[in-house]
Design a protein. Structure first.
Length: 420
């Protein structure tokens, strides 16, 4: 399947807004079908009432489970809707029957919020949290992981694509190791869902959490959880209400048999419908061709940045994602991000280094600029970023242009990338 970049950009209202959006690892620009689904339901609520609108939208709500399951190769009854990837991750992590001495293994590139949760569980429940060493390319060392598994190992956790390393962890290999030792495997797919093809059976994970706002291009305040069927009854949700369980008698209740046991009755229905639309839109456009384009654009961007004086690209991994992180020898990351946004209308973000990346921090890099591309971005936009960095760092002309003359996308607006 070939991507029609002009159509992709035409279906993205933000592409016509005069802003170059390279903050897709933070929140992508929503496509029109997702925006229409979101606004449409909110409008319906305003006209007939929230409860009544939910009844009217019953089919669209149910379709969410079908569309999200199809995106990752799961079943609809294995999907739960939550308000974020973090909430989804916490829902299953705290559904484990933790006992003092139980062990969790994870990579040194684990996401900050997950690391805090490990430490919190250590304080409250006495679990043991161990970090697996990195391989030479910065990914999790799967040989070390296998060697560290012991009789008290209860869970393996992994961030598929770390928030700022640019790398892709070998999730499938980790899944094979976990399966061979019959240990559950929780995969944080916050950045990979919507960016690259995912199949939970091939990945070998037991549980998977993801957000809607990043590469899936859904709205903020949305996320989902997938739990393999044979593990649903082994997990006890830390909170139940009349959505996740039924009150069957004065002194009795029954937990939902499917993944909706992790949901609560009150939810953002408009967001849920829109996230289902985002999953459907991604599959219609084609995850595989979008992933190919994202990797190409990110590779081009790394090449451009490497040609700018004073800029260091910090991405690791043999295979790399659409997340590109860099720093400058003289300008700090917050200053670069602020000037890119205010002067050049280019969106990037500041990303703090993982505390486990001690060598990076020891070298004076505590924060990096994160420029994350999506399939709707263009090589002209990457040129604009390089030109803006050239201008602000005093190395104008050092950056190399990688514009693809065959890129069938809209040309960059002349006003962007001009220093004021």
């Amino acid at each position: 399947m070939d991507l029609d970049i002009r159509a992709l950009r035409a279906n993205t209202p933000g592409c016509a807004g005069g802003v170059i959006h390279l903050n897709n690892a933070g929140a992508s620009l929503m496509p029109s079908p997702v925006l229409d689904a979101l606004k449409g339901h909110i409008d319906l609520e305003s006209r007939i009432g929230g409860y009544e609108a939910a009844v009217e939208a019953a089919d669209a709500i149910e379709r969410f489970y079908v569309d999200v399951a199809a995106l990752i190769g799961g079943h609809p009854d294995e999907i739960a809707f939550l308000d974020s990837a973090t909430r989804a991750w916490l829902a299953v992590f705290h559904a484990m029957d933790w006992r003092p001495g139980d062990e969790v293994l994870t990579a040194r590139s684990e996401y900050n919020a997950n690391m805090v949760s490990f430490l919190h569980a250590r304080e409250r429940q006495g679990i043991v949290h161990r970090l697996v060493p990195d391989a030479e390319d910065g990914t999790i060392d799967t040989d070390a992981l296998e060697a560290m598994i012991g009789p008290r190992t209860r869970l393996i956790c992994l961030s598929h694509m770390p928030t700022n390393d640019g790398l892709i962890n070998p999730a499938q290999k980790v899944g094979q190791i976990a399966a061979a030792r019959t240990i559950p495997f929780l995969l944080d797919a916050c950045q990979s869902a919507g960016q690259m093809p995912l199949d939970v059976a091939e990945l070998g994970c037991t549980m998977l959490s993801a957000t809607g706002r990043k590469y899936m291009r859904g709205p903020r305040g949305t996320g989902f959880l997938w739990v393999r069927r044979d593990w649903l009854d082994r997990l006890m949700p830390h909170a139940l209400d009349i959505r996740s369980a039924s009150w069957t008698g004065v002194d009795a209740y029954e937990i939902a048999s499917d993944a909706r046991r992790f949901e609560l009755w009150e939810a953002g229905i408009a967001g849920q419908i829109a996230l289902g639309s985002a999953a459907r839109y991604a599959r219609e456009v084609g995850i595989a061709p979008m992933w190919d384009r994202i990797q190409t654009l990110a590779g081009d961007l790394r090449g451009m940045l490497s040609g700018i004086g004073g800029v260091t690209v910090h991405d690791q991994g043999s295979d790399k994602s659409g997340i590109v992180t860099f720093s400058h020898a003289r300008l700090n990351a917050p200053e670069i991000v602020a000037r890119l946004r205010s002067v050049h209308s280019i969106n990037t973000s500041v990303s703090a280094c993982q505390l486990t990346r001690s060598s990076l921090i020891a070298g004076g890099t505590t924060h990096m600029v994160r420029a994350s591309v999506h399939a709707y971005n263009t090589t002209q936009e990457l040129d604009a970023l390089a030109e803006a960095l050239d201008a602000m760092t005093g190395t104008r002309g050092a950056g190399l242009s990688h514009a693809n003359k065959n890129d069938n996308s809209s040309p960059r607006q002349p006003s962007l990338g001009v220093e004021q």
